[in-house]
Design a protein around this ligand. Sequence first.
Ligand SMILES: Nc1nc2c(ncn2[C@@H]2O[C@H](COP(=O)(O)OP(=O)(O)OP(=O)(O)O)[C@@H](O)[C@H]2O)c(=O)[nH]1
Ligand SMILES: [Mg+2]
Length: 236
Amino acid sequence: MTSMRPPNKTILLKVVILGDGGVGKSCLMNRFVSNRYDENSFHTIGVEFMNKDLEVDGEKYTLQIWDTAGQERFRALRTPFYRGSDICLLCFALNDHISFRALGQWKDEFIKYADIKNNQFPFIAVGNKADIAPSQRDTTSDQINEWCEDNKITNYIETSSKTATNVTEAFSMAVKQWKKLEKQTERELRDQGDTIDLTKGVTIPQNRLCCSTSFGDSRSNSPAITARGGNQAYAD
Ligand SMILES: Nc1nc2c(ncn2[C@@H]2O[C@H](COP(=O)(O)OP(=O)(O)OP(=O)(O)O)[C@@H](O)[C@H]2O)c(=O)[nH]1
Ligand SMILES: [Mg+2]
């Protein structure tokens, strides 16, 4: 049985960032959490995590962000941390086509070790290093759109940790997608009669219990994701 959360509670979400070594995962996390950027950031060994509070559509979230090592030799160190994830950012660098081609393997690795069904999971595709000159881009918008379509990924955003472009937007977009899928799951469970909605008044037959509880409904009805910045971003 599942239940909807009472309003005004902070929701903790585990966010995993995946992608090839050097695409900028650590820089993305550090820009988002500390607003810092390190041009000479070291390769990550294993995993590192940081927390960051974020408000999206009037709801409070604490994002527990897991930054993983993209280098193949650290595979065994990172995969045990995929379990229990709520969101996965699949990152590549816009000037590194090999990192774009690797997105499918990252998605597969995540699905395998996080033990989830891919069609119901909030994956976000992130093209990082959007600050580079157009001539340095080696992946076209058509290639990105095609990959996202083939992989049923409806959210793509281009970021730059260097210029702090679309970084918070990427995480907000991810939370909105999570929320959308959660609502969908709740609706399905409600249709199956397998859930109690704690945000609605609860009427309990007098002959069964001595008290009843109700919560006001102050949740916002968030619209579909519309994150769009100076760089390319789309969401369904
Ligand atoms: N131009 C540009 N360079 C970036 C950006 N983000 C990161 N970089 C550069 O890419 C390098 C590698 O970034 P990291 O964040 O360490 O890469 P990573 O994905 O964490 O790599 P691993 O830890 O090995 O998996 C940085 O040292 C920066 O020089 C960006 O937005 N724009
Ligand atoms: Mg790193």
